[in-house]
Design a binder for this molecule. Structure first.
Ligand SMILES: N=c1c2ncn([C@@H]3O[C@H](COP(=O)(O)OP(=O)(O)OP(=O)(O)O)[C@@H](O)[C@H]3O)c2ncn1[C@@H]1O[C@H](COP(=O)(O)O)[C@@H](O)[C@H]1O
Length: 104
């Protein structure tokens, strides 16, 4: 399952510097990190709308857009999927409630 995400992250990273005429990812990356962030925000809002409506199929499709655009945004700022997964791994086993209490 996460193999798909790992493969997609590698594809997105490989599109850095690719021809924007033939690659949507390259086109988006060529517009800079701010545009990638804006696009991610739009896709996130679309996913939120479907989550509120409760349409599972449309939410699934929008969530896929969110993950793809998250990878593009991260790549635009040279953050890798491995970096994010390492952070998630660091948090494993710590309840969000315990973590929040420790911050106070
Ligand atoms: N997962 C995706 C993916 N999800 C969404 N998109 C594209 O993201 C774009 C954004 O959709 P929008 O409807 O927001 O586009 P739009 O409204 O035309 O955009 P605006 O002009 O409004 O900004 C669309 O063109 C989608 O095709 C994706 N493009 C690529 N991928 C993956 O990335 C790989 C590499 O793609 P290329 O870089 O194009 O070779 C592909 O094989 C896929 O695996």
């Amino acid at each position: 399952m996460s193999d798909t995400l790992t493969r997609l992250a590698a594809t997105v990273a490989a599109r850095k510097g690719a021809d924007p005429e033939t690659s949507w990812t390259a086109k988006l990356l060529a517009k800079g990190p701010e545009k990638a962030a804006e696009k991610f925000g739009e896709e996130a809002v679309e996913a939120i709308i479907e989550a509120v409506k409760g349409d599972r199929a449309r939410l699934t499709a929008e969530a896929a857009d969110v993950l793809y655009h998250l990878l593009v945004m991260l790549t635009a700022r040279d953050v890798t999927l491995a970096d994010v997964l390492a952070e998630l791994e660091r948090r494993e086993g710590t309840s969000g409630i315990a973590e929040k209490a420790a911050r106070k």
